[in-house]
Design a protein around this ligand. Structure first.
Ligand SMILES: Cc1cc2nc3c(=O)[nH]c(=O)nc-3n(C[C@H](O)[C@H](O)[C@H](O)COP(=O)(O)OP(=O)(O)OC[C@H]3O[C@@H](n4cnc5c(N)ncnc54)[C@H](O)[C@@H]3O)c2cc1C
Length: 443
């Protein structure tokens, strides 16, 4: 492409979606600048998958994402086909990074190092001449109705004071202000989750100032805080089981897997998967509870097999204390709490206790109810639910308010379950928007 005709694409935010958008735009001939307000790009990528980066998932994406607008989400599923998990793997392979698929469809770099994912993205930016500017605060965006516009930027530069001379260990930040012109602007600032990585929610303000509405962002893929004095005693327990979410008494979601109990509530992948529903329900003032089945491996409670197994077990072990007896079924700490909640003293044996009382304990192991009071904070959340409504962007993630402004990644009101779907969302939205931005005819 002729140098003069190159689209000037400015990307605000150098996270997963921003880096992908920048590379896609540059590969399609645009002159690209990334404006990042932290001192480096891609900080959150380094945190993903416990440092291993579950970068996508090969399973069907339908049903793996949530949004407050399910109609628009259906439309978006058709869009996501244009940059699916296979394309993500091909993209990284093209950058020299081989990936491997695990049994659940989750895809990781072969080395299982998140750092290498960031390295190849940065090196592609360098090769394609993408200008990465860090420590940049965006103070205003001024779109022009006919297309394009300017971004006001304050770039902070650390200036070493004459500390050596003055024997002071201080530096000061000064801001260099400038206006940057763009033909297309891509907002890729992320949401509010894990703000230490740079996603501090400032992107919502930028979108709002451009006339977009914001669905209240809430923590998702996060631990849930629960009521109950016994949680202190349960802290540290890991148990395989089923957990289900009740909103105003109605079962709304159910997950099976490894649960973790903490001194304030419940955690683990099954809890993370349903946490966004709990977050939204609590925000809406609805009653939220979780039910836990610690003995789902036996059978469903109240089924014939279940009753028979427990009956036989009680007859065989009538000499054991109830706590010991229950400890054969679940973690000792859970057994102790269940005995306490049913008023059974620690020395009491199965033989000395009414069968109905023991049946109550067993029922509680199969349906341990807790009241959910709140999600944990954004600091602990992996993603946000909420953001810019999906119906405010088109099929290329371009704003319906301003032509030439795109909104991608977590800033949009769409969040995925655990398993690589959130990064896939970032890659897909970034790639589609970046390509469209580069190829769009400038008026
Ligand atoms: C601990 C943790 C583990 C995770 N693990 C996984 C995983 O294994 N698999 C998976 O699929 N997902 C995972 N996620 C979720 C995934 O990381 C995010 O969904 C994804 O990174 C979002 O990409 P993004 O580009 O939209 O936003 P971000 O990655 O948050 O990037 C936004 C960027 O914009 C910058 N920025 C923000 N505001 C401004 C501003 N005003 N001006 C300039 N720059 C700005 C930020 O500093 C940041 O660099 C995890 C998240 C966390 C916190």
């Amino acid at each position: 492409m002729d140098k003069v005709t190159k689209n000037r694409v400015v990307v605000v935010g150098g996270g997963a979606s921003g880096l992908m958008a920048a590379i896609a735009a540059a590969e399609n001939g645009a002159k690209v600048t990334i404006l990042e307000h932290q001192d480096r790009v891609g900080r959150k990528i380094l945190m993903t998958g416990n440092g291993r980066c579950n970068l996508t998932n090969m399973s069907d994406v339908r049903g793996k994402y949530y949004s407050s607008d399910s109609d628009s989400l259906d439309r978006i599923y058709d869009t996501l086909v244009r940059f699916d998990a296979g394309k993500t793997r091909d993209f990284f392979k093209r950058l020299g990074l081989y990936t491997k698929e695990k049994r659940d469809g989750g895809v990781y770099p072969v080395s299982e190092q998140a750092a290498i994912v960031l390295d190849v993205l940065q090196s592609a930016c360098f090769r394609l001449g993408v200008c990465i500017r860090t420590n940049c605060e965006i103070t205003a965006v001024r779109p022009v109705r006919s297309g394009g516009g300017t971004v006001s930027v304050a770039q902070y530069i650390c200036v070493e004071q004459e500390q050596k001379k003055q024997n002071r260990d201080k530096s000061r930040r000064i801001a260099k202000k400038e206006e940057i012109r763009y033909d297309q602007l891509i907002l890729a600032t992320g949401g509010k989750a894990a703000p230490v990585s740079g996603s501090d929610g400032s992107g919502y303000e930028l979108a709002k100032r451009l006339g977009h509405s914001i669905i209240e962002p809430l923590p998702a893929l996060v631990q849930l805080r629960c009521e109950g004095f016994f949680f202190k005693a349960l802290s540290g327990v890991r148990a395989q089981g089923r957990v289900w979410l009740l909103i105003d008494g109605q079962e709304t979601a159910s997950e099976e897997g490894e649960l973790q109990l903490t001194d304030y509530g419940i955690s683990g992948i099954p809890v993370f998967q349903m946490s966004r529903l709990a977050s939204r329900a609590i925000y809406d003032g609805r009653r939220c509870e979780a039910g836990i089945n610690f003995i789902s491996y036996i059978a469903q409670a109240n089924s014939g097999v279940f009753d028979e197994t427990i009956d036989n077990h009680m007859k065989t072990f009538s000499y054991k204390t109830v706590e010991e007896f229950l400890s054969g079924l679940v973690h000792k700490k859970v057994a102790a709490v269940v005995c306490r909640r049913n008023g059974i003293a620690s020395g009491k044996t199965v033989g000395q206790t009414k069968a109905a009382k023991i049946a109550d304990c067993i029922r509680m192991l199969a349906d341990f109810r807790v009241k959910i009071t709140a999600p944990n904070s954004f600091e602990n959340a992996q993603v946000c639910c909420g953001g810019v409504p999906l119906d405010e962007v088109d099929e290329n993630f371009m704003s319906r308010r301003y032509s030439g402004i795109y909104i991608v990644g977590e800033l949009l009101d769409c969040d995925g379950i655990c398993g690589g779907y959130n990064l896939q969302w970032a890659w897909a939205t970034g790639a589609i928007a970046g390509t469209d931005a580069a190829l769009r005819t400038v008026p």
